[in-house]
Design a protein around this ligand. Structure first.
Ligand code: ADP
Length: 154
C-alpha cells in the first residue's frame, strides 16, 4: 500500500551539514518527497511528539537536544514507506546500528541519531498532521514510478 511517513532531520544533522546527504539516501531509495520545510521545534510540540518517553529519565534532555537548532521535517511517500524508511534509518542506538543504515553510517549515539521516522500508520498520520498543514503536502506524479515498482506492488 502507498503510505506517507514523517522524517525529521534532527539538529545534529543540520549542525553536521548532513541534510543533503541524508535526503539523498531517501531519494536514491525511490521515495517521493511530498513535503519539506525547516522549522524550530518547541517544548510544547516535543512533549506531544515524545509523549511515549515522558517517564524516561532522558525525556527533557531529548527534547532540549531537538531544540538546539531548527530541524528539517519531510513527508516521504512510497509503497510500505513507513517500514522501508525505518529500515533505512536503522535501530535507535547509532553505535549498534548496522553499517549501511543511516544511523549505522552517521551516528555514534543513542540520542544524536540523525533522523526521526514514524513507526506505524497511526503514528505517521498523527505526526504528519502535527508538523504539516494539508496544503504543505504536495500530490504530483513521480515520473519514475513505473520503474520503481511492478504494477502489482501498489
Ligand atoms: P526512535 O527514534 O528510534 O523511534 P524512540 O521513539 O524510542 O526511538 O525514542 C525517541 C528518541 O529519543 C530517539 O530517537 C533518541 O533520540 C532518544 N532516545 C531514545 N532512547 C534513548 C536512550 N536510552 N538514551 C538517549 N536517548 C534516547
Amino acid at each position: 500500500m502507498i503510505e506517507k511517513t514523517l522524517v525529521i532531520l534532527k539538529p545534529c544533522t543540520v549542525q553536521r551539514a548532513l541534510i543533503g546527504e541524508i535526503l539523498q539516501r531517501f531519494e536514491r531509495k525511490g521515495l517521493r518527497l511530498a513535503g519539506m520545510k525547516m522549522m524550530q521545534l518547541t517544548d510544547e510540540v516535543l512533549s506531544e511528539h515524545y509523549a511515549h518517553l515522558s517517564e524516561k529519565p532522558f525525556f527533557q534532555r531529548v527534547k532540549d537536544s531537538m531544540m538546539t537548532s531548527p530541524v528539517v521535517v519531510c513527508c516521504l511517500e512510497g509503497v510500505d514507506a513507513i517500514q522501508a524508511v525505518r529500515a533505512l534509518a536503522g535501530p535507535t542506538n547509532g553505535r549498534l546500528a548496522a553499517p549501511g543504515t543511516i544511523r549505522g553510517d552517521y551516528s555514534m549515539s543513542f540520542q544524536e541519531n540523525i533522523v526521526h521516522t514514524s513507526d506505524s500508520p497511526e503514528t505517521a498520520a498523527l505526526e504528519l498532521s502535527r508538523f504539516f498543514a494539508p496544503e504543505e503536502i504536495f500530490h504530483y506524479e513521480q515520473a519514475t514510478f513505473p520503474y520503481l515498482y511492478a504494477c502489482d506492488e501498489y
